[in-house]
Design a protein around this ligand. Structure first.
Ligand SMILES: C[S@@+](CC[C@H](N)C(=O)[O-])C[C@H]1O[C@@H](n2cnc3c(N)ncnc32)[C@H](O)[C@@H]1O
Length: 387
């Protein structure tokens, strides 16, 4: 496919999305019909679509319309590309710009330039003050890819060498001791032998940093109460000798965990609310709570436009329920840790304040707030204990 044909494909996918289809089915619908598209074409089309999702408002302003064409015109204008080369009308390229399209388009307003829904900006300002613009700007860019070295299998330098043999360049992360930043060919990682042999797991550096901060509190037992796919359970098992139990309300989310644990040379049993022994207590109960994911919106930009005030309130109620249930499982001298990959105060500091207000006898011991940046996703962690 020519670059122009790739942009034409992205326009079609973005139009389906704007008409109400979720982005994955919209992309897959195109990909299924595009037998002529090789893996590089598919990756390039996906990149254009996701760039446009991340920068929806600013691209629509520069492109003069919130349509697939408008977003892609805005993208080309924003990135200094040649509109006449992409919109040439030849072969499978998009049609040339009309007079009206050439005349349309303007510099985005301050809110549009942040590429955030209007209702969210004041909430981000509450959390970040003068840094709000910089934080929004980070979320407009592609996310870095990080791996966690599995220390029970290898070390970071050996992992970097092993990746290089498969044409993947990577370097030690500047801040997180177990993390490696992939600097070339990230799409090869999923099928690399480093992953299939259990030398590493894909995990953002901020997720790893949260586990590092909790290692001193692990004691002899950790309950990963909202384990999901179990990335943090595996990190705990690699970094501590504590017994780890992975728990989630949805068993299906943990389906791959036993296999991943076996590959890493560790054992991580799983439980659900139906099987969890609620009479048992743990030195550390870790709640990686369901949240808006706003600290990771670079990876899932669709979610930025899908979140509503009503959904945020629903999430806050779920977060409160998780904290209440988890607190009862903490041993007398143990710790309760609450984390989200959200950057919204409502899901973070406010949830801790509400828990402490309604649950006498608990105090906050430590807090970590990680701003989304070139080095990792946004994260929040609070560590609580009985007074
Ligand atoms: C942010 S994700 C966890 C991510 C995971 N810890 C990781 O590192 O990949 C939140 C998880 O909480 C689970 N969850 C939601 N409500 C829950 C509840 N009341 N009890 C336990 N798990 C819950 C969801 O099924 C989801 O898998």
């Amino acid at each position: 496919m020519t670059p122009a044909a790739r942009h034409a494909a992205a326009i079609g996918i973005l139009d389906s999305w704007l008409a109400g289809s979720p982005i994955e089915p919209a992309y897959q619908g195109w990909a299924r019909g595009a037998r002529y598209a090789g893996s590089k074409d598919r990756a390039a089309v996906r990149d254009i679509v996701f760039d446009a999702l991340r920068c929806r408002r600013s691209f629509a302003a520069r492109g003069g319309a919130e349509t697939g064409r408008g977003l892609v015109i805005g993208l080309v204008r924003s990135t200094g590309g040649q509109l006449t080369e992409i919109f040439s009308g030849t072969g499978h390229a998009p049609e040339p710009l009309t007079e009206a399209e050439r005349a349309a388009g303007r510099e985005p307003s301050r809110n549009e330039a942040a590429d955030m829904p209007d209702w969210l900006l004041p909430r981000l300002e509450e959390a970040f003050g003068e840094r709000t613009e910089a934080v929004c700007d980070v979320l407009r860019r592609r996310a870095p890819m990080h791996l966690r070295v599995n220390l029970r299998r290898t070390d970071r330098d050996t992992l970097v060498e092993s990746l290089l043999r498969e044409g993947i360049e990577a370097e030690p992360h500047p801040e997180v001791a177990t993390a490696v930043s992939v600097t070339s060919n990230p799409r090869r990682v999923a099928r690399s032998s480093a992953l299939s042999e259990g030398l590493a797991e894909v995990q953002d550096a901020s997720s790893q940093a949260v586990v590092h901060r909790l290692v001193p509190y692990a004691g002899r037992s950790v309950l990963d109460y909202c384990a999901g796919a179990g990335g943090k359970s595996l990190a705990f098992a690699d970094l501590t000798d504590a017994a780890i139990l992975a728990h989630d309300i949805a068993a299906a989310r943990m389906a791959d965990l036993p296999e991943r644990a076996a590959r890493a040379g560790i054992g991580v049993p799983t439980a659900t609310p139906g099987t969890l022994d609620t009479a048992r207590q743990y030195d550390l109960v870790f709640c990686d709570a369901p949240c808006s994911g706003s600290g990771t919106w670079r990876r899932d930009p669709e979610a930025k436009w899908r979140l509503t005030p009503a959904r945020l309130a629903e999430l806050s109620a779920m977060q409160d329920d998780v904290l209440d249930a988890a607190a009862g499982l903490v041993a007398r001298d143990g710790h309760l840790a609450y984390a989200t990959c959200s950057i919204l105060k409502e899901e973070n500091e406010d949830r801790i304040a509400a828990f402490l207000a309604r649950t006498p006898g608990w105090v906050e011991r430590e807090r970590l707030r990680i701003e989304p940046s070139e080095t990792g996703d946004g994260f929040f962690l609070a560590i609580l204990a009985r007074a």
